[in-house]
Design a protein around this ligand. Structure first.
Ligand SMILES: [Zn+2]
Length: 413
């Protein structure tokens, strides 16, 4: 019994420490007294835990709260220590590799970003990725503080229990034991997940979806994916494969998808589909400022053209938006979410797409469900996945401040 109660005491203390750290994450700068008021813990135990957290460098004192000083009760404010330690986060995209190191206050302290060579094999690209990762890792390591973990997002089906990439249709990759190979090279916990799932968690942790109890995040770029976050927890499915919205069938007789199915949402509601529509309109004889860029279309070219009143750009954006709305209406009816966030490179054109997206959802989803939904675009576009990886590791450290190293199963725990 004695042993049991001592474990319970340790667990209780860790839970309270987590509560303090999480309150600091969301409310800093904040004084000890305000921390006690907000958490419901008594002042003495808050002071005691804060003392330990300062000693272990998770927390630092910030200075006097002037507003309180004026009324004669100077209080020292606290915040999470940005240099408590670092988090490495990376994404292999369809046409790029991105690696960042973030401090504990979500500031990027090192970065490598390279275009991915199309002709490179799976093995060559993964090796190159490991080199970039190692470079950023060493830059962070030189600062002589702990590295809490490495998060890696891949654009395909990833078994979250093992960190194994099963298949990535848009990369034409399959069966890569990514976590096992990375864990052999790095002496900190490594987590490997689907990149859109990672981004969804980021939006929930410190992005546009912070206050949502049920967040639906849909990311559309070269492919289409997303994630569902319920009370801060990613809905992973039984083996971590949930969130493959892009491969819902929306058009049974439709185009062949990279996954082998016909008429997936991804074939109609992505940047790839948008570019196809622009090219088809030009090939059909429509005049457009985009004619000269047909082989080098980018989202910013299309947005600029739309701004200048280019009909081809505007019609292609609207049609792509309608397809986005069709899939979203299905998901809204299915999930009854509080908040729908549109992310990915396509979302940079939200100004030109949102009216048609909303119109389509309104026409198709139950009014009683839809009228409760907040719709917005993502806080992060290019950095969405890597910032999501930072959130994933950060949340794990805060939840296990005394034992983060012992529990690398970030998502399963
Ligand atoms: Zn598909």
């Amino acid at each position: 019994m004695r042993r049991r109660s001592s474990i319970d005491h340790t667990t209780m203390r860790e839970m309270n420490v987590t509560l303090i750290l999480d309150t600091l994450r969301q409310r800093a700068p904040i004084s000890r007294a305000a921390l006690a008021a907000r958490t419901g813990l008594n002042k003495a135990s808050v002071s005691n835990m804060v003392k330990d957290l300062i000693a272990s460098a998770y927390v630092r004192e910030l200075g006097v709260d002037e507003s309180l000083a004026e009324i004669g009760r100077p209080a020292i404010n606290l915040q999470l220590n940005p240099d408590a330690g670092y988090i490495i986060s990376a994404e292999i995209g369809v046409d790029f590799i991105s690696v960042i190191a973030s401090n504990f206050a979500f500031e990027i302290i090192a970065r490598r970003y390279e275009n991915r060579r199309n002709e490179a094999t799976q093995e060559e690209t993964f090796e190159y990725f490991c080199e970039l990762l190692a470079d950023v890792y060493l830059q962070a390591r030189r600062r002589d503080r702990p590295i809490f973990g490495v998060a890696v997002g891949l654009p395909g089906l990833v078994d979250m229990r093992t960190g194994r990439l099963l298949v990535a249709p848009n990369l034409d990759w399959r069966d890569l034991p990514a976590r096992e190979r990375l864990q052999a090279r790095f002496d900190v916990p490594v987590v490997v997940v689907n990149e859109a799932n990672m981004a969804a968690l980021g939006e929930s942790y410190f992005g546009a979806g912070r206050k949502s109890r049920l967040l639906l995040y849909v990311s559309s770029g070269v492919g289409l994916g997303g994630g569902i976050v319920i009370d801060g927890q990613l809905l992973t499915g039984v083996s971590g494969l949930a969130g493959e919205f892009g491969h819902m069938t929306v058009d049974p007789g439709g185009l062949l998808c990279r996954c082998g199915n016909h008429g997936c949402w991804e074939t109609q509601a992505t940047q790839t589909a948008l570019f196809r529509r622009v090219r088809a309109a030009i090939a059909g004889g429509s005049r457009s400022a985009l004619s000269q860029y047909q082989d080098q279309l980018t989202m910013s070219l299309i947005v600029d053209a739309a701004k200048n009143g280019d009909t081809v750009a505007r019609v292609a954006l609207e049609e792509t938006a309608r397809w986005l709305g069709i899939g979203l209406a299905n998901l809204v009816n299915t999930l009854n979410p509080e908040h729908v966030i549109l992310g990915g490179t396509l979302s940079v054109a939200h100004e030109w797409m949102t009216p048609a997206i909303l119109d389509e959802i309104e026409r198709r989803a139950f009014r009683q469900v839809w009228e409760q939904v907040k719709f917005s675009t993502a806080t992060y576009t290019a950095d969405a996945a890597v910032m999501g990886g930072v959130a994933m590791v950060h949340r794990h450290v805060i939840s296990h401040p005394m034992s983060w190293q012992l529990q690398p199963e970030y998502l399963i725990s």
